[in-house]
Design a protein around this ligand. Structure first.
Ligand SMILES: Cc1cc2nc3c(=O)[nH]c(=O)nc-3n(C[C@H](O)[C@H](O)[C@H](O)COP(=O)(O)OP(=O)(O)OC[C@H]3O[C@@H](n4cnc5c(N)ncnc54)[C@H](O)[C@@H]3O)c2cc1C
Length: 374
Protein backbone atom coordinates (compact mmCIF):
# COMPACT_ATOMS: atom_id res chain seq x y z
CA UNK A 1 0.00 0.00 0.00
CA UNK A 2 1.44 3.41 -0.89
CA UNK A 3 1.48 6.41 1.44
CA UNK A 4 -1.61 7.99 -0.17
CA UNK A 5 -3.69 4.85 0.38
CA UNK A 6 -2.36 4.49 3.92
CA UNK A 7 -3.31 8.07 4.77
CA UNK A 8 -6.76 7.67 3.20
CA UNK A 9 -7.39 4.47 5.16
CA UNK A 10 -6.26 5.97 8.46
CA UNK A 11 -8.40 9.09 8.12
CA UNK A 12 -11.36 7.15 6.69
CA UNK A 13 -11.31 4.76 9.66
CA UNK A 14 -11.30 7.65 12.13
CA UNK A 15 -14.09 9.39 10.19
CA UNK A 16 -16.25 6.24 10.05
CA UNK A 17 -15.80 5.41 13.75
CA UNK A 18 -15.44 8.77 15.45
CA UNK A 19 -16.91 11.52 13.27
CA UNK A 20 -19.88 10.17 11.28
CA UNK A 21 -21.65 8.83 14.40
CA UNK A 22 -21.54 12.29 16.04
CA UNK A 23 -21.73 14.58 13.00
CA UNK A 24 -25.45 15.36 13.31
CA UNK A 25 -25.10 16.00 17.07
CA UNK A 26 -22.21 18.38 16.48
CA UNK A 27 -24.33 20.20 13.92
CA UNK A 28 -27.28 20.47 16.34
CA UNK A 29 -25.12 21.76 19.20
CA UNK A 30 -23.66 24.55 17.03
CA UNK A 31 -20.56 24.59 19.22
CA UNK A 32 -16.90 24.21 18.34
CA UNK A 33 -15.98 20.67 19.50
CA UNK A 34 -12.79 21.35 21.42
CA UNK A 35 -12.19 17.72 22.43
CA UNK A 36 -12.36 16.53 18.85
CA UNK A 37 -10.16 19.45 17.80
CA UNK A 38 -7.51 18.24 20.26
CA UNK A 39 -7.83 14.63 19.13
CA UNK A 40 -7.17 15.62 15.52
CA UNK A 41 -4.04 17.42 16.71
CA UNK A 42 -2.99 14.18 18.43
CA UNK A 43 -3.17 12.46 15.04
CA UNK A 44 -0.72 15.04 13.67
CA UNK A 45 -3.25 16.47 11.20
CA UNK A 46 -2.58 20.17 11.78
CA UNK A 47 1.12 19.83 11.05
CA UNK A 48 0.66 17.47 8.10
CA UNK A 49 1.76 20.08 5.49
CA UNK A 50 4.72 21.39 7.46
CA UNK A 51 8.31 20.16 7.09
CA UNK A 52 9.58 17.19 9.04
CA UNK A 53 12.31 19.32 10.69
CA UNK A 54 9.51 21.39 12.26
CA UNK A 55 7.68 18.28 13.46
CA UNK A 56 5.30 17.96 10.51
CA UNK A 57 4.79 15.22 7.91
CA UNK A 58 5.87 17.21 4.81
CA UNK A 59 2.68 16.13 3.03
CA UNK A 60 2.33 17.32 -0.56
CA UNK A 61 -0.90 18.75 -1.98
CA UNK A 62 -2.17 15.31 -2.97
CA UNK A 63 -1.86 13.93 0.56
CA UNK A 64 -3.31 17.09 2.09
CA UNK A 65 -6.34 16.97 -0.22
CA UNK A 66 -6.90 13.29 0.55
CA UNK A 67 -7.09 14.22 4.23
CA UNK A 68 -9.49 17.12 3.54
CA UNK A 69 -11.69 14.97 1.31
CA UNK A 70 -12.03 12.20 3.90
CA UNK A 71 -12.77 14.60 6.76
CA UNK A 72 -15.44 16.38 4.70
CA UNK A 73 -17.05 13.02 4.01
CA UNK A 74 -17.64 12.84 7.77
CA UNK A 75 -18.43 16.43 8.69
CA UNK A 76 -17.94 19.63 6.74
CA UNK A 77 -17.69 21.57 10.01
CA UNK A 78 -14.80 19.43 11.23
CA UNK A 79 -13.12 19.59 7.83
CA UNK A 80 -13.53 23.39 7.72
CA UNK A 81 -11.89 24.11 11.08
CA UNK A 82 -9.18 21.55 10.40
CA UNK A 83 -8.39 23.09 7.02
CA UNK A 84 -8.22 26.53 8.65
CA UNK A 85 -5.81 25.27 11.31
CA UNK A 86 -3.62 23.51 8.72
CA UNK A 87 -3.45 26.13 6.00
CA UNK A 88 -4.49 29.80 6.14
CA UNK A 89 -4.70 30.08 9.94
CA UNK A 90 -1.07 29.10 10.45
CA UNK A 91 0.81 29.19 7.13
CA UNK A 92 2.08 32.78 7.17
CA UNK A 93 2.88 32.51 10.88
CA UNK A 94 5.08 29.51 10.15
CA UNK A 95 6.77 31.03 7.09
CA UNK A 96 7.11 34.69 8.07
CA UNK A 97 6.66 34.76 11.86
CA UNK A 98 9.64 35.40 14.13
CA UNK A 99 11.12 32.33 15.88
CA UNK A 100 9.56 33.61 19.12
CA UNK A 101 6.07 33.89 17.59
CA UNK A 102 6.42 30.45 16.11
CA UNK A 103 7.29 28.97 19.51
CA UNK A 104 4.52 30.83 21.34
CA UNK A 105 1.72 30.32 18.82
CA UNK A 106 2.49 28.02 15.89
CA UNK A 107 3.78 25.10 17.96
CA UNK A 108 0.85 25.12 20.41
CA UNK A 109 -1.51 25.41 17.40
CA UNK A 110 -0.02 22.22 15.98
CA UNK A 111 -0.66 20.53 19.35
CA UNK A 112 -4.29 21.70 19.33
CA UNK A 113 -3.66 24.04 22.29
CA UNK A 114 -4.33 27.23 20.31
CA UNK A 115 -6.88 27.92 17.60
CA UNK A 116 -6.05 29.93 14.46
CA UNK A 117 -8.17 32.19 12.24
CA UNK A 118 -7.69 34.16 9.03
CA UNK A 119 -9.32 37.56 8.41
CA UNK A 120 -9.77 38.86 4.87
CA UNK A 121 -13.47 39.54 4.37
CA UNK A 122 -15.03 42.82 5.51
CA UNK A 123 -18.68 43.87 5.73
CA UNK A 124 -18.14 45.89 2.53
CA UNK A 125 -17.30 42.72 0.57
CA UNK A 126 -15.27 39.56 0.26
CA UNK A 127 -14.67 39.09 -3.45
CA UNK A 128 -13.35 42.60 -4.08
CA UNK A 129 -10.34 42.59 -1.80
CA UNK A 130 -9.12 45.86 -3.29
CA UNK A 131 -11.87 47.42 -1.18
CA UNK A 132 -10.23 46.35 2.12
CA UNK A 133 -10.44 49.22 4.58
CA UNK A 134 -8.77 47.77 7.68
CA UNK A 135 -5.60 49.79 8.15
CA UNK A 136 -2.25 49.12 9.76
CA UNK A 137 -0.54 52.39 10.73
CA UNK A 138 3.09 52.17 11.62
CA UNK A 139 4.48 54.30 14.44
CA UNK A 140 8.08 54.41 15.64
CA UNK A 141 7.83 51.24 17.67
CA UNK A 142 4.62 49.45 16.81
CA UNK A 143 1.71 49.02 14.38
CA UNK A 144 -1.85 50.13 15.08
CA UNK A 145 -4.60 48.06 13.46
CA UNK A 146 -8.04 49.54 12.95
CA UNK A 147 -10.91 47.92 11.07
CA UNK A 148 -13.70 45.43 10.87
CA UNK A 149 -13.50 41.83 9.64
CA UNK A 150 -16.42 39.49 9.19
CA UNK A 151 -17.17 35.85 8.43
CA UNK A 152 -14.10 34.83 10.41
CA UNK A 153 -14.06 31.01 10.65
CA UNK A 154 -13.04 30.13 14.24
CA UNK A 155 -13.41 33.83 15.14
CA UNK A 156 -15.13 33.22 18.50
CA UNK A 157 -12.70 30.51 19.63
CA UNK A 158 -9.43 31.65 18.06
CA UNK A 159 -6.33 32.58 20.02
CA UNK A 160 -4.78 34.51 17.15
CA UNK A 161 -5.68 36.09 13.81
CA UNK A 162 -3.80 36.59 10.55
CA UNK A 163 -5.26 39.87 9.30
CA UNK A 164 -5.16 41.47 5.84
CA UNK A 165 -4.65 45.22 6.20
CA UNK A 166 -4.04 48.23 4.03
CA UNK A 167 -0.73 49.89 4.94
CA UNK A 168 -0.78 52.51 2.22
CA UNK A 169 -4.16 53.34 0.74
CA UNK A 170 -2.65 55.27 -2.18
CA UNK A 171 -1.08 52.05 -3.47
CA UNK A 172 -4.29 49.94 -3.61
CA UNK A 173 -3.52 46.18 -3.40
CA UNK A 174 0.21 46.99 -3.61
CA UNK A 175 -0.20 48.52 -0.15
CA UNK A 176 -1.54 45.32 1.43
CA UNK A 177 0.13 43.57 4.32
CA UNK A 178 -0.65 40.64 6.60
CA UNK A 179 -0.33 41.10 10.36
CA UNK A 180 -0.37 38.73 13.28
CA UNK A 181 -2.76 39.75 16.05
CA UNK A 182 -3.13 37.72 19.25
CA UNK A 183 -6.69 37.69 20.53
CA UNK A 184 -5.70 39.13 23.93
CA UNK A 185 -4.37 42.33 22.29
CA UNK A 186 -6.24 45.32 23.80
CA UNK A 187 -8.65 46.67 21.17
CA UNK A 188 -9.54 43.26 19.69
CA UNK A 189 -13.29 42.73 19.99
CA UNK A 190 -14.88 39.42 19.01
CA UNK A 191 -18.63 39.59 18.42
CA UNK A 192 -21.20 36.89 19.15
CA UNK A 193 -21.03 33.79 16.98
CA UNK A 194 -23.27 33.87 13.92
CA UNK A 195 -26.43 31.80 13.73
CA UNK A 196 -26.02 30.15 10.35
CA UNK A 197 -27.39 27.71 7.81
CA UNK A 198 -24.55 25.20 7.58
CA UNK A 199 -21.14 24.12 8.94
CA UNK A 200 -22.81 24.76 12.26
CA UNK A 201 -20.12 23.12 14.42
CA UNK A 202 -17.66 25.68 13.11
CA UNK A 203 -18.06 28.98 14.92
CA UNK A 204 -17.94 32.20 12.91
CA UNK A 205 -18.05 35.83 14.05
CA UNK A 206 -16.94 39.32 13.30
CA UNK A 207 -13.62 40.49 14.67
CA UNK A 208 -13.15 44.21 15.23
CA UNK A 209 -9.79 45.91 15.67
CA UNK A 210 -10.10 49.18 17.59
CA UNK A 211 -6.62 50.67 17.51
CA UNK A 212 -5.05 47.33 18.39
CA UNK A 213 -1.30 47.83 18.91
CA UNK A 214 1.03 45.02 17.87
CA UNK A 215 4.85 45.01 17.66
CA UNK A 216 6.37 45.71 14.23
CA UNK A 217 7.69 42.13 14.09
CA UNK A 218 4.06 41.04 13.76
CA UNK A 219 4.09 42.02 10.10
CA UNK A 220 4.38 39.00 7.80
CA UNK A 221 6.72 39.72 4.90
CA UNK A 222 7.97 43.09 3.67
CA UNK A 223 5.84 46.21 3.11
CA UNK A 224 3.29 45.77 0.33
CA UNK A 225 3.69 42.00 0.16
CA UNK A 226 0.11 41.10 1.22
CA UNK A 227 -1.37 40.59 -2.25
CA UNK A 228 1.61 38.49 -3.37
CA UNK A 229 1.42 36.33 -0.22
CA UNK A 230 -2.29 35.76 -0.76
CA UNK A 231 -1.85 35.00 -4.47
CA UNK A 232 0.84 32.47 -3.61
CA UNK A 233 -1.77 30.44 -1.69
CA UNK A 234 -4.73 30.66 -4.09
CA UNK A 235 -4.05 27.40 -5.95
CA UNK A 236 -3.77 25.54 -2.64
CA UNK A 237 -6.92 27.15 -1.19
CA UNK A 238 -8.95 26.38 -4.32
CA UNK A 239 -7.93 22.78 -4.78
CA UNK A 240 -8.40 22.17 -1.05
CA UNK A 241 -11.95 23.56 -1.24
CA UNK A 242 -12.52 21.30 -4.24
CA UNK A 243 -11.40 18.33 -2.13
CA UNK A 244 -13.81 19.35 0.65
CA UNK A 245 -16.54 19.45 -1.98
CA UNK A 246 -15.65 15.98 -3.23
CA UNK A 247 -15.83 14.58 0.31
CA UNK A 248 -19.28 16.05 0.84
CA UNK A 249 -20.54 14.85 -2.57
CA UNK A 250 -19.35 11.33 -1.70
CA UNK A 251 -21.18 11.45 1.64
CA UNK A 252 -24.39 12.53 -0.12
CA UNK A 253 -23.96 9.80 -2.73
CA UNK A 254 -23.23 7.03 -0.19
CA UNK A 255 -26.28 7.96 1.90
CA UNK A 256 -28.46 8.18 -1.23
CA UNK A 257 -27.35 4.80 -2.57
CA UNK A 258 -28.01 3.10 0.78
CA UNK A 259 -31.41 4.73 1.07
CA UNK A 260 -32.34 3.85 -2.52
CA UNK A 261 -31.69 0.18 -1.73
CA UNK A 262 -33.63 0.24 1.57
CA UNK A 263 -36.64 2.44 0.95
CA UNK A 264 -39.55 0.76 -0.78
CA UNK A 265 -42.37 2.31 -2.77
CA UNK A 266 -45.01 0.44 -4.73
CA UNK A 267 -43.52 -2.85 -3.54
CA UNK A 268 -39.94 -2.30 -4.78
CA UNK A 269 -36.82 -0.51 -3.50
CA UNK A 270 -36.87 3.01 -5.00
CA UNK A 271 -33.42 2.27 -6.48
CA UNK A 272 -35.17 -0.04 -8.94
CA UNK A 273 -36.87 2.94 -10.57
CA UNK A 274 -35.09 4.52 -13.48
CA UNK A 275 -35.75 8.06 -12.22
CA UNK A 276 -33.73 7.33 -9.06
CA UNK A 277 -31.08 5.36 -10.96
CA UNK A 278 -30.44 8.34 -13.24
CA UNK A 279 -29.88 10.60 -10.26
CA UNK A 280 -27.37 8.17 -8.74
CA UNK A 281 -25.64 7.63 -12.08
CA UNK A 282 -25.19 11.38 -12.55
CA UNK A 283 -23.92 11.84 -8.99
CA UNK A 284 -21.39 9.01 -9.41
CA UNK A 285 -20.20 10.43 -12.74
CA UNK A 286 -19.72 13.95 -11.37
CA UNK A 287 -17.92 12.59 -8.32
CA UNK A 288 -15.52 10.71 -10.59
CA UNK A 289 -14.99 13.80 -12.74
CA UNK A 290 -14.29 15.91 -9.62
CA UNK A 291 -11.83 13.33 -8.35
CA UNK A 292 -9.95 13.29 -11.66
CA UNK A 293 -9.78 17.10 -11.84
CA UNK A 294 -8.67 17.52 -8.23
CA UNK A 295 -5.91 14.94 -8.21
CA UNK A 296 -4.70 15.88 -11.68
CA UNK A 297 -4.37 19.42 -10.30
CA UNK A 298 -2.57 18.40 -7.09
CA UNK A 299 -0.12 16.21 -9.02
CA UNK A 300 0.74 19.18 -11.23
CA UNK A 301 1.22 21.37 -8.18
CA UNK A 302 3.34 18.68 -6.51
CA UNK A 303 5.61 18.70 -9.59
CA UNK A 304 5.90 22.48 -9.38
CA UNK A 305 3.78 23.12 -12.50
CA UNK A 306 1.55 26.24 -12.32
CA UNK A 307 -2.08 25.19 -11.94
CA UNK A 308 -4.22 28.29 -11.39
CA UNK A 309 -6.59 27.38 -14.24
CA UNK A 310 -6.82 23.74 -13.11
CA UNK A 311 -7.35 24.66 -9.44
CA UNK A 312 -10.05 27.19 -10.36
CA UNK A 313 -11.79 24.68 -12.64
CA UNK A 314 -11.57 21.93 -10.02
CA UNK A 315 -13.05 24.18 -7.33
CA UNK A 316 -15.77 25.50 -9.61
CA UNK A 317 -16.78 22.06 -10.89
CA UNK A 318 -16.48 20.09 -7.64
CA UNK A 319 -18.35 22.64 -5.51
CA UNK A 320 -21.23 22.89 -7.99
CA UNK A 321 -21.25 19.08 -8.33
CA UNK A 322 -21.45 18.77 -4.53
CA UNK A 323 -24.42 21.16 -4.50
CA UNK A 324 -26.15 19.07 -7.16
CA UNK A 325 -25.37 15.82 -5.30
CA UNK A 326 -26.76 17.16 -2.02
CA UNK A 327 -29.82 18.48 -3.82
CA UNK A 328 -30.49 15.06 -5.40
CA UNK A 329 -29.90 13.44 -2.02
CA UNK A 330 -32.71 15.53 -0.52
CA UNK A 331 -35.02 14.36 -3.33
CA UNK A 332 -34.10 10.68 -2.92
CA UNK A 333 -34.70 10.86 0.84
CA UNK A 334 -38.14 12.35 0.29
CA UNK A 335 -39.61 14.00 3.38
CA UNK A 336 -36.94 12.46 5.60
CA UNK A 337 -34.44 14.85 4.06
CA UNK A 338 -36.43 17.61 5.69
CA UNK A 339 -35.76 16.21 9.15
CA UNK A 340 -32.50 17.06 10.88
CA UNK A 341 -32.45 13.47 12.23
CA UNK A 342 -31.12 12.34 8.86
CA UNK A 343 -27.88 13.62 7.35
CA UNK A 344 -29.40 14.72 4.01
CA UNK A 345 -30.44 18.06 5.48
CA UNK A 346 -26.94 18.71 6.83
CA UNK A 347 -25.33 17.83 3.50
CA UNK A 348 -27.65 20.22 1.70
CA UNK A 349 -27.05 23.08 4.14
CA UNK A 350 -23.28 22.48 4.32
CA UNK A 351 -22.79 22.58 0.55
CA UNK A 352 -23.67 26.28 0.44
CA UNK A 353 -20.42 27.12 2.26
CA UNK A 354 -18.53 25.62 -0.69
CA UNK A 355 -19.99 28.24 -3.00
CA UNK A 356 -18.22 31.11 -1.19
CA UNK A 357 -14.98 29.86 0.40
CA UNK A 358 -12.05 29.77 -2.04
CA UNK A 359 -13.83 32.11 -4.48
CA UNK A 360 -17.44 32.17 -5.63
CA UNK A 361 -18.45 30.24 -8.75
CA UNK A 362 -19.00 33.50 -10.60
CA UNK A 363 -15.54 34.81 -9.83
CA UNK A 364 -13.94 31.47 -10.67
CA UNK A 365 -15.63 31.56 -14.06
CA UNK A 366 -14.18 35.05 -14.55
CA UNK A 367 -10.71 33.72 -13.65
CA UNK A 368 -11.03 30.68 -15.92
CA UNK A 369 -12.11 32.96 -18.78
CA UNK A 370 -9.03 35.14 -18.15
CA UNK A 371 -6.81 32.05 -18.21
CA UNK A 372 -8.37 31.29 -21.61
CA UNK A 373 -7.10 34.66 -22.79
CA UNK A 374 -10.53 36.34 -22.84
C1 LIG B 1 -19.04 29.55 6.10
C2 LIG B 1 -18.14 30.65 5.65
C3 LIG B 1 -16.87 30.76 6.16
C4 LIG B 1 -16.05 31.82 5.79
N1 LIG B 1 -14.82 31.95 6.38
C5 LIG B 1 -14.06 33.03 6.12
C6 LIG B 1 -12.82 33.24 6.81
O1 LIG B 1 -12.39 32.44 7.64
N2 LIG B 1 -12.12 34.38 6.55
C7 LIG B 1 -12.56 35.29 5.64
O2 LIG B 1 -11.86 36.29 5.44
N3 LIG B 1 -13.72 35.13 4.96
C8 LIG B 1 -14.48 34.02 5.18
N4 LIG B 1 -15.69 33.85 4.54
C9 LIG B 1 -16.14 34.87 3.59
C10 LIG B 1 -15.97 34.43 2.15
O3 LIG B 1 -14.62 34.39 1.80
C11 LIG B 1 -16.77 35.44 1.32
O4 LIG B 1 -18.13 35.17 1.55
C12 LIG B 1 -16.46 35.36 -0.14
O5 LIG B 1 -15.19 35.89 -0.39
C13 LIG B 1 -17.49 36.15 -0.98
O6 LIG B 1 -17.62 37.45 -0.50
P1 LIG B 1 -19.05 38.08 -0.15
O7 LIG B 1 -19.82 37.08 0.62
O8 LIG B 1 -18.81 39.40 0.47
O9 LIG B 1 -19.78 38.23 -1.53
P2 LIG B 1 -19.65 39.46 -2.56
O10 LIG B 1 -18.23 39.70 -2.87
O11 LIG B 1 -20.45 40.60 -2.05
O12 LIG B 1 -20.37 38.84 -3.84
C14 LIG B 1 -21.81 38.78 -3.93
C15 LIG B 1 -22.15 38.15 -5.28
O13 LIG B 1 -21.62 38.95 -6.36
C16 LIG B 1 -20.80 38.14 -7.19
N5 LIG B 1 -19.68 38.95 -7.70
C17 LIG B 1 -18.84 39.76 -6.99
N6 LIG B 1 -17.93 40.32 -7.82
C18 LIG B 1 -18.19 39.85 -9.06
C19 LIG B 1 -17.59 40.06 -10.37
N7 LIG B 1 -16.53 40.85 -10.53
N8 LIG B 1 -18.11 39.39 -11.41
C20 LIG B 1 -19.17 38.57 -11.27
N9 LIG B 1 -19.77 38.34 -10.08
C21 LIG B 1 -19.30 38.97 -8.99
C22 LIG B 1 -20.31 37.00 -6.30
O14 LIG B 1 -19.93 35.87 -7.06
C23 LIG B 1 -21.56 36.74 -5.46
O15 LIG B 1 -22.46 35.97 -6.21
C24 LIG B 1 -16.52 32.79 4.86
C25 LIG B 1 -17.80 32.67 4.33
C26 LIG B 1 -18.62 31.64 4.72
C27 LIG B 1 -20.00 31.57 4.17
Amino acid sequence: MNSEEMLRRTIAKFVDNEIIPVANDLDEKETFPRDLFKRLAGMGLYSIRYPKEAGGSAADNTHFCIMCEELARGSMSVAAFTAMQCLMGTDFLFKYGTPELRERYWRPAMRGEKVAAFCLTEPGGGTDLAAVTTTARKSADDVVITGYKTWVTNGPVADFYTVLCQTDRSKGPKGFGFFFVPRDTPGVVVTRKFSKMGTRATEISEVIFRDAHVPREHQFGPDGSGAALLNSKLEEIRVMTAALSLGLARAAFDASLRYANEREAFGRPIGKYQAIQMKLATMATEIEASRLMIYDCTRRMDRGIPAMKEASMAKYFASEAACRAADECTRIFGAYAYSNEYPASRFYRDTRFLLYGGGTSEILQVIIAKELGL
